[in-house]
Design a protein around this ligand. Structure first.
Ligand code: APR
Ligand code: PHB
Length: 397
């Protein structure tokens, strides 16, 4: 049986696991990563692509942002549409110069994976963790499978960065956390298309036909989304119908949507989920393993990286100061930001999606909010500072 010894055993090579590994390395702490899927699969997985200022700064400080700085696009504001009326929320002047960057999550994953491999570090693909042993002890173990054989990682700590369906959360005693969950009665149909973006900044839109979002990936690739029913399927959405609907929902006077060949089409359900404790003994959860937000606002990836920041603080405190103080505080501090992001993501989702009949009481509340945002700098500031991401010292415990 293959036995690997390291300080931190990491499950999952998504943004959380990879960032954690690099950051620990920078602090002189060893780790290995086990990943269930193949390298090709992980790098081809299309996800969101909105990076908060904090996330960009972290990747930059780790020396992992060269391509991101070259190919990513910094955005200084966002457009909000309601019933065809468009307003802009500028970031710079409302947040003291903080911004967001658009760069696909799978590009982040590719950059971090390649840098890890080039450094000669261990990342085992197609190697699922199958059982955790001794998580309440000082020498926990991750049992894994590889090419039909078995192996084991012996470590001081386990970091479960293994996404919503991972093993980490399932290995926590059921009574060690409480679950919170909301499933929304709509989904997103997302497309990637070979066409120049029709707007230099993102557009979130409410329309009586439902929500739409205009985003982008590069000067020649647009990323767009529309609200669909949970039971809907991509077969019901030929390309012409998607463009027609996007054009209606995103429309405003004097603006035109460019259309082009669609090369990716998929439907994603929307849910809010989290647990109120992200650790047990020497097992720590980070990222989607512990929480899911609906994608309106693009918080998923950024929350995962924020968890990692607090986890690194904890491991550093342990290895440098022989103290468990920061580690013991991990859930508490991470959850403050998670609650904030849950609220913001729910706010953006509720504001822009069609939830009830057009013209209903719910609709009037949405419209009243939008009308207020359009005249209030304070409301715009609230949106801007949440959207670009609140600085880390906002959430100290
Ligand atoms: N063993 C090894 N790897 C596993 C296991 C397992 N038992 N279970 C899951 N994994 C892997 C998955 O294959 C996946 O690659 O863990 C990884 C988790 O990565 P992500 O799902 O990308 O989660 P995370 O790193 O927390 O990043 C959060 O991803 O889903 C988006 O919107 C979300 O942007 C957010 C980001
Ligand atoms: C994306 O570009 O994929 C994106 C941007 C903003 C969101 C969600 C997704 O709120």
């Amino acid at each position: 049986m293959k036995i690997i010894k390291t300080q931190v055993g990491i499950i999952g090579a998504g943004p959380a696991g990879l960032t954690l590994a690099h950051w620990l390395k920078q602090k002189g702490i060893s780790s290995v990563i086990l990943e269930n899927r193949s390298q090709e699969y992980v790098q081809a997985r299309v996800r969101a692509g909105l990076l908060e200022q904090n996330t960009v700064d972290i990747l930059d400080n780790l020396g992992l942002a060269d391509r991101l700085k070259k190919e990513g696009q910094e955005h200084h504001g966002v457009y909000l549409n309601f019933d065809g009326q468009r307003i802009r929320v500028p970031f710079g002047e409302l947040t003291g110069g903080r911004n967001i960057t658009i760069y696909g999550q799978q590009e982040v994953v590719k950059d971090l994976t390649e840098a890890w491999q080039e450094a000669g570090e261990t990342l085992l693909f197609e190697t699922p963790a199958i059982e955790l042993e001794g998580i309440e002890t000082g020498s926990p173990k991750i049992h894994f499978e590889q090419e039909g054989g078995r192996g084991m990682v012996e470590c001081d700590f386990i970091a479960a960065c293994d996404g919503f369906h991972g093993l980490g959360r399932k290995s926590m005693p059921k009574d060690s956390y409480k679950e919170y969950e909301v499933t929304y009665p709509f989904s997103w149909l997302g497309i990637l298309a070979n066409v120049a973006p029709s707007s230099e900044e993102l557009i979130y839109a409410y329309h009586e036909n439902g929500f739409a979002l205009h985003s982008l990936r590069s000067e020649t690739i647009s990323r767009l989304y529309i609200q669909v029913d949970n039971e809907d399927s991509v077969e019901n959405w030929p390309d012409e119908k998607i463009w027609e609907e996007l054009s209606i929902r995103l429309g405003t006077k004097g603006w035109k949507l460019n259309s082009g060949p669609i090369f990716e089409k998929s439907i994603t359900p929307m849910r809010s989920y989290f647990i109120d404790n992200m650790q047990f003994g020497n097992l720590f959860l980070a990222g989607d393993a512990a929480h899911i937000v609906p994608p309106t606002g693009g918080k998923g990836l950024n929350l995962a990286i924020a968890d990692v920041k607090h986890l690194v603080d904890g491991f550093e405190d342990f290895y440098q100061n022989n103290s468990r103080k920061e580690l013991d505080n991990y859930s508490k501090i991470a959850l403050k930001r998670i609650w904030r992001a849950q609220d913001f993501s729910n706010f953006m989702t509720t504001l822009f999606h069609k939830q009830d009949e057009h013209g209903s009481f719910q609709y009037q509340l949405q419209k009243a909010k939008f009308d207020y945002i359009s005249i209030s700098d304070s409301y715009k500031t609230t949106i801007a500072e949440n959207y670009v991401g609140l600085p880390f010292d906002t959430f100290m415990v």
